[in-house]
Design a protein around this ligand. Structure first.
Ligand code: IMP
Length: 178
């Protein structure tokens, strides 16, 4: 399928599943080597990262745990602009090595707010693994420890990412056709 329609928009194939999985392999390899002996807690930020988290976890060979969190739809206004509250992290993470699993870092606002909220809970180390990164869209200074693929600043769907709730089930990544 080189073109798909999601709701009212046309999308064309931009990253096939084979390339996605190769990138996931590389991220997993680095985590396996960097965090051996650290007993990391992977924190999957729903909804978009469920597919990345699933493929990545199958490739992690060191002892680790996974937990699933969400950002509330409520948006309060903090010093950094709009912030969403992280919900669902019920474990005591004091002293733990945390790896945040994200689908995509676009402006960087979401990941920065997530990192701050997790750091406030007293972990030893917070790392970020994101499947996708749009360097040209990013407005924040943020360290992304593990990046699957850098992509252009275009709207995409598939591999967990949605357009208005649809398209998350696509195994390839597709870019909107303007
Ligand atoms: P940020 O706060 O601008 O970095 O945006 C992060 C969130 O926006 C991601 O977790 C996605 O849910 C969503 N997002 C950003 N870019 C795209 C895209 O191209 N397609 C679908 N969702 C996107």
């Amino acid at each position: 399928m080189s073109r798909v329609k999601v709701l009212d928009k046309e999308f064309e194939l931009s990253i096939p599943e084979t390339d996605i999985l190769k990138a996931v392999d590389e991220v997993a390899e680095r985590i396996n080597s960097d965090l051996d002996g650290k007993n990391p807690l992977m924190v999957c930020v729903l909804n978009g990262s469920f597919m990345f988290a699933s493929d990545l976890m199958k490739r992690i060979t060191i002892p680790c745990e996974i937990s699933f969190v969400k950002l509330s739809s409520y948006q309060g206004t903090g010093s950094t602009g709009k912030v969403k509250e992280l919900i669902g992290l019920n474990e005591n993470i004091e002293g733990r090595t945390i790896v945040l699993l994200e689908d995509i870092v676009d402006t960087g606002l979401t990941i920065c707010s997530t990192i701050d909220q997790v750091k406030a809970l007293g972990p030893a180390d917070v790392r970020v693994a994101t499947m996708l990164f749009k360097p040209d869209a990013c407005k924040k200074e943020v360290t992304l420890d593990y990046v699957g693929l850098n992509i252009p600043n275009d709207f995409i769907v598939g591999y967990g990412l949605d357009y208005d709730g649809y398209g998350r089930n696509l195994k390839n990544i597709y870019t909107v056709v303007e």
